[in-house]
Design a protein around this ligand. Structure first.
Ligand SMILES: [Zn+2]
Ligand SMILES: [Zn+2]
Length: 252
């Protein structure tokens, strides 16, 4: 399985401002930056799984759908919880912020197709089985576990301390990696807890809930704290923990 966290800042900063993962070339998780890719790569993406409606995860979804639209029955599919699909329709594709691509879509000429995801009900797209698992982020958020039959990778998305996804992953034998967030340094642990994010210490505590030999890849460091978090992570000397490298293609 190939996974890339798309870069969302001008090189060489390596900072992450927005979130989109590509898994292979047909599946995206979140749409923070997908609409800025080279057009040829955008056109190969057919399924966009959305974890939640926060702007850093959906910022370029409207322009992406416009960029890849071609007249005809085929369209990109958005897969998300029913709540998130309703938010996208009411607050983004509402005929004001952006055209109502849902209402404009017809069977013979579609802008977008929507599929509602249910927790722990896997769906298969482009050879990947994707299992949605609720996490703990203040707004209803789904993490995703993606399995291509050989390797599985977990994308818990934005979350603070949580349980269901670790319980689920305990029974995923081919799990290779977890892309887990650390948004705040420990000095802001209280704020992290209030808004459903991890600080460095809660990240390390979370690792103990999955006592498995997997790669832990740190994502979602808020730009103003990125250096501090990197120092705190390094100081803990945790095995199998690395900072994400945006734009790098991971092979699992
Ligand atoms: Zn969020
Ligand atoms: Zn976020």
């Amino acid at each position: 399985m190939q996974v890339e966290l798309l870069p969302s800042s001008v090189p060489p900063s390596g900072l992450q401002f927005l979130t989109t993962y590509l898994v292979g070339d047909a599946v995206a998780i979140d749409a923070g930056v997908v609409g800025l890719l080279a057009l040829g790569r955008q056109r190969r993406i057919r399924h966009v799984f959305v974890t939640h409606e926060h702007l850093d995860h959906i910022a370029t979804l409207p322009v992406f759908l416009e960029n890849v639209y071609e007249p005809g029955p085929e369209s990109v599919e958005i897969l998300a919880s029913r709540e998130v699909l309703e938010f996208l329709h009411a607050d983004i594709f509402n005929g004001r912020i952006w055209p109502d691509f849902f209402a404009l879509s017809r069977p013979d000429d579609a802008f977008v197709a929507a599929t509602a995801l249910e927790p722990l009900r896997p769906v298969t797209r482009a050879g990947l089985t994707v299992t949605p698992v609720p996490v703990s982020h203040g707004v209803a958020t789904l993490g995703f576990v993606v399995d291509d039959g050989r390797a599985a990778v977990a994308f818990p998305s934005d979350t603070g301390p949580t349980e269901a996804i670790w319980r689920h992953l305990a029974s995923v034998p081919n799990l290779r990696a977890v892309f887990l967030e650390v948004s705040f340094p420990d000095a802001h642990a209280h704020l992290a807890a209030r808004v459903g994010h991890h600080c460095t210490t809660s990240f390390a505590t979370e690792m103990h809930k999955l006592p498995r030999d997997v790669r832990w890849i740190v994502v979602h460091r808020k730009p103003c704290y990125a250096e501090t978090i990197a120092r705190e992570i390094a100081a803990l000397g945790l095995p199998n923990v690395e900072l994400v490298n945006p734009g790098f293609t991971y092979e699992f």
